[in-house]
Design a binder for this molecule. Structure first.
Ligand code: HDE
Length: 711
């Protein structure tokens, strides 16, 4: 079939200028890309070959468009319906495929095959997300991150739908709509976007004492992670593992990043969001494309009822965690994300996680939050994905056989064959699937009795002890960041009584913190809030600190290397070699995107023009201009910001002697121990080794106004 010029009803050839017709492609002609290869031929959704995708059918070149044009109508119709509702929470997310490999068997605790056979690999799909922002919001919002994993096991799909924080704001699912309404944009004005720093959130939080443990986590750097790759994940609730004899053991799930924990600073986050709103998704995509596959160890805290009874709180209360020092985390396997999606919508948008997706050997505890979730996730998929057959979509379809008599519904793609579509039936072997009491899912037969009533257990009433434990387990800089974050967030709250109410809760957590925040807000210290139970002093838990659990190397981190024409090839080559040896990455930042010519004549392309590659995008910087280059950069506002921000954000700064002119111009005159000379080739290795500690924290006290005045 010939493609190219389109014959009209009268047999005249469109595009024949001599005959008085306009070019079919509009003007110019170069956009009309034709083929004579049937296999490459564009078609309608019905498979009808298309001759002209540039022009709709009209009566005469300037006449009305014809309703008859089924090609136009079909194309616009489909476009009109491209959007599905975004998730009511966790709307902005990013997913990847991977594999989970078991290294330590839990077969003595559970029949779940995925946790039983050492060495077995199970396909997974992971979606990371922020909670409050819309789908198009920025990545580095101060927010909890979703960490949802779908395991495609031989016994069906198991979804571990967790967060990067091990506790939650509320104890009962009935409060979830209130919490989410409060944190999302205020309903009359539809702002602020992706932020908890507003009256409604803090109004709700200060009227909900149970929220305050999670509030401490939320105000910590956990909510501004450097990367999805550098955060932990938690199943939050207690679940049950059940063995073949029906014996149950409680379990809490943990994901520990092999990349180590790392976060950014708030001042940095604000700037990253402007420079690259896709910072986290780009980071994950690039790491996987580069073959630097991120990995997490899966850990479990196993405990029985007797241990649970001894804990100083109720493990069914999702606002509490079990410190690792009390019940150690046993590592049982590793998850590796090794494949980016080939279509975002098909995978990341259409993936439907449901907490009710468990497999034989994994069961629920009586956490009331979990029970509410088990309803919500299934329910929400119906709205989002438009029908009950979302399990037919490839990303949601189990990889094991699926056999049942569920049928029909919108978009049914997997339809039962044969005559019988009910059970029991007497069609023998042709009668379809049958129940199997031996391998089929059996709920743990927990003894249950009680009076039907709307009530919160007394055992859930201690709201402040673990909030205090979390705060005291942080290193001094981390504690300072919590204080700064509280002051920042509450400074955006208009109602002074809400600000004061927040401080009244802090007084039950830590008096020094309460005083710092009251000072920062210019408030008199209010009376402490009324606590249902007094705060207990629990031992500190170093595992709760980010800084105490950082990486051991600089692998996967990125250095911004600022070069100019005439930069030293020796210095540049030594640095890039040392970074490569560490498994770290770099990007060349230069005055022009075309790149620079080094002093040996080598041309180096730039990845970023200096105003497109601010230092907030990098873990460390190396400033290696020539002397003339440094003099030129010293006059450039964005180059000055590059070094001033790197300094303010406590980054390690590798530099040559010439860079001094730029530092001086940027007001970076206090060259502390975070500055590492790169003048000699051998220095490059030292710089990379130094960078392993990620930040030069002692500097913070000198660059921070609040810290200075508090000194
Ligand atoms: Fe969710 N949550 N949630 N949540 N949640 C959803 O389900 C809900 C909670 C979490 O990447 C929704 O498919 C209720 C805790 C993640 O697709 C919805 C309650 C934890 C994701 C829902 C909670 C989470 C969601 C919206 C309180 C950590 C994103 C879209 C009872 C353990 C999954 C969807 C993805 C998504 C309900 C509390 C994690 C509305 C009712 C606690 C990671 O069903």
């Amino acid at each position: 079939m010939a493609h190219g010029k389109n014959k009209d009803a009268g047999g005249k050839v469109n595009g024949d200028a001599a005959a008085g017709y306009a070019e079919p492609q509009g003007h110019g002609g170069e956009t009309h890309q034709t083929t004579s290869d049937a296999a490459l031929t564009m078609t309608t959704a019905q498979g009808v070959p298309i001759a002209d995708d540039q022009n709709s059918l009209r009566a005469g070149p300037r006449g009305p468009t014809l309703l008859e044009d089924f090609i136009l109508r079909e194309k616009i119709f489909h476009f009109d319906h491209e959007r599905i509702p975004e998730r009511v929470v966790h709307a902005r997310g990013y997913g990847a495929h991977g594999v989970f490999k078991l290294t330590d068997s839990l077969s003595e605790y559970t029949q779940a095959d995925v946790l039983g056979t050492v060495g077995q690999e199970t396909e997974v799909f992971v979606r990371f997300s922020t909670v409050a922002g819309n789908k198009g919001s920025m990545d580095v919002a101060r927010d909890v991150r979703g960490f949802a994993v779908k395991f495609y096991t031989k016994q069906g799909n198991w979804d571990l739908v967790g967060n990067n924080i091990p506790v939650f704001f509320i104890q009962d699912a009935i409060k979830f709509p209130d919490l989410i309404h409060a944190v999302k944009a205020e309903p009359d004005r539809a702002f602020p976007q992706a932020q908890s720093a507003h009256d409604n959130f803090w109004d709700f939080a200060t009227l909900s004492p149970e929220a305050w443990h999670m509030v401490m986590w939320q105000m910590s750097d956990r909510t501004i992670p450097r990367s999805f790759r550098t955060m932990e994940g938690f199943g939050v609730h207690s679940f049950r593992l059940v063995d073949a004899n029906g014996k149950s053991t409680f379990v809490k799930f943990h994901w520990k990043p092999r990349q180590g924990l790392q976060s950014v600073l708030w001042n940095e986050a604000v700037k990253i969001n402007g420079a690259d709103p896709d910072f986290h998704r780009r980071d994950l995509w690039n790491a996987i494309e580069a073959g630097d596959f991120p990995e997490w160890d899966l850990g479990v805290q196993l405990f029985d009822q007797e241990t649970a009874d001894k804990l100083p709180f109720d493990h069914l209360d999702a606002t509490k965690l079990i410190p690792e020092e009390d019940v150690p985390v046993r590592i049982i396997g590793t998850m590796t994300l090794n494949r980016n999606v080939d279509n975002f919508f098909a995978n990341t948008e259409q993936v439907a996680f449901c907490t009710q997706n468990v497999v034989p050997g994994i069961d629920f505890s009586d956490d009331p939050l979990l029970h509410g979730r088990n309803f919500s996730y299934l329910d929400t998929q119906l709205k989002r994905l438009g029908g009950p057959n979302f399990t037919h979509l490839p990303v949601n379809a189990p990889r094991c056989p699926v056999m049942h008599f569920q049928q029909d519904g919108h978009m049914a793609m997997r339809n039962p064959k044969g005559r019988a579509n009910y059970e029991p039936n007497s069609w023998g072997a042709d009668g379809g699937p049958r129940e199997n009491p031996e391998i089929g899912y059996k709920s743990f037969p927990a003894e249950v009795q009680g009076t039907k009533q709307r009530i919160r257990s007394e055992t859930f009433a201690d709201h402040y002890s673990q909030a205090r434990q979390f705060f005291l387990s942080q290193q001094p800089i981390e504690q300072k960041h919590i204080g700064d974050a509280l002051v920042f967030e509450l400074s955006k709250v208009e109602r002074v009584d809400i600000r004061a109410r927040a401080v009244s809760h802090l007084r039950l957590i830590d008096e020094d913190l309460a005083t710092t925040v009251a000072d920062g807000l210019g408030l008199d210290l209010p009376e402490p809030a009324k606590a249902a139970k007094p705060t207990q002093d629990l031992p500190t838990s170093p595992k709760l600190s980010i800084h105490a659990n950082g990486p051991k190397d600089f692998k996967g981190r990125k250095v911004g290397v600022l070069l100019t024409d005439g930069s030293s090839a020796d210095q540049f080559n030594a640095l890039t070699k040392a970074l490569e040896a560490e498994g770290a990455m770099f990007e060349v930042v230069a005055p022009k995107i075309g790149g620079v010519t080094l002093d040996d004549g080598t041309k180096i392309a730039a990845k970023q023009k200096v105003d497109g590659g601010p230092s907030v995008l990098y873990d460390a910087v190396a400033v290696l201009p020539s002397e003339e280059g440094a003099a030129m950069l010293a006059k450039d506002a964005t180059a000055k910001d590059f070094v001033a921000d790197a300094f303010a954000h406590c980054k390690f700064i590798g530099h040559n002697e010439a860079a001094g002119a730029l530092f001086d111009a940027a007001g970076v005159t206090d060259r502390d121990d975070g500055f590492v000379s790169l003048d000699k080739a051998k220095d490059a290795k030292d710089f990379v080794t130094t960078c392993r500690t990620l930040r030069f924290w002692p500097r913070e006290m000198d660059v921070d106004l609040d810290a200075k005045s508090a000194k």
